[in-house]
Design a protein around this ligand. Structure first.
Ligand code: 3PY
Ligand code: MG
Length: 260
């Protein structure tokens, strides 16, 4: 069994064949991440690419999510692989790297995520030791298994290089960004995350991931889509975002209040 306390909980859940459901958080306040973690999500993704989460916010968010007994994921900004190492040192269970378009991109990401001999992660797992409960040399020898490197597939180049990306040692799974992928597949003409082209890509991604012994994950705007993709073999799905949840709840309650 994959060990690693709260940090390893995500790898254990995926390894057990379940689909982990993640909130997607962009508000740079750890209380938001902690609240959603306490409200039943399996994991919380802190979004440094499009959300307002900065490095300190990610580090505090990881701690706040751990207080709720849950593992945290961080999506780093495009190409900022050094940030990947810093957030796993802070105790993140996984890092999602956007716009991984080639085997070379995947190799570079894995280098920052995994200790030798798989990669070149530098030693300094500060809070990761206490969050994982694995201390010293034992952490060196087990962290690669329970700290997940997840490459985003969201361009035509990435789809073409899918087998290369999935075949890269140290890449544990791939994550489909359906909005960017739809823009790429329609050559900039529209954003259509639920269209037929993205759907066909989702089927391909889950099939190829399984063939490589890796897992597939995807961004989902709501629970219905996450349920559908879990049924199609996806191992990690987002379920809405902090901003969407706030907007939906605010609109619903105001509509109720204003109903005559
Ligand atoms: C996309 O759909 O492109 C994403 O990156 C999801 O956040
Ligand atoms: Mg994207």
């Amino acid at each position: 069994m994959t060990e690693g306390g709260i940090v390893g909980a995500l790898a254990r859940q995926i390894g057990a064949g379940q689909c982990a459901l993640s909130a997607w958080v962009g508000i740079n306040d750890p209380a938001v991440a902690e609240q959603l973690a306490r409200d039943g999500y399996d994991t919380i993704t802190l979004d440094m690419q499009h959300g307002a989460i900065d490095l300190a916010g990610a580090m505090h968010g990881i701690g706040a999510v751990a207080l709720a007994g849950k593992p945290a994921i961080v999506r780093i900004p495009v190409g900022e692989f050094a940030t990947a190492s810093r957030v796993i040192d802070a105790g993140a269970a996984a890092v999602i790297a956007p716009m991984i378009n080639s085997g070379a991109d995947a190799r570079r990401f894995a280098d920052f995520m995994k200790y030798p001999p798989i990669g070149q992660r530098s030693w300094g797992p500060r809070a990761a030791l206490t969050h994982s409960g694995v201390i010293g040399p034992a952490y060196l020898h087990s962290a690669n298994a329970f700290t997940l490197a997840i490459a985003m597939v969201e361009t035509s180049e990435a789809l073409d290089a899918l087998d290369e990306i999935l075949g890269t040692p140290g890449i544990d799974g791939v994550f489909v960004g359906p909005s960017d992928l739809s823009i790429a597949l329609h050559r900039g003409a529209l954003v259509d995350p639920h269209g037929a082209d993205v759907d066909a890509a989702l089927t391909k991604v889950v099939q190829r991931a399984k063939a490589h012994g890796k897992f597939a994950a995807a961004f989902c705007f709501d629970g219905k889509r996450a349920r559908e993709l879990a049924g199609r073999g996806f191992s990690l799905c987002s379920v809405s975002t902090d901003a969407l949840l706030l907007r939906a709840a605010a609109r619903a309650e105001l509509a109720a209040a204003r109903t005559r």
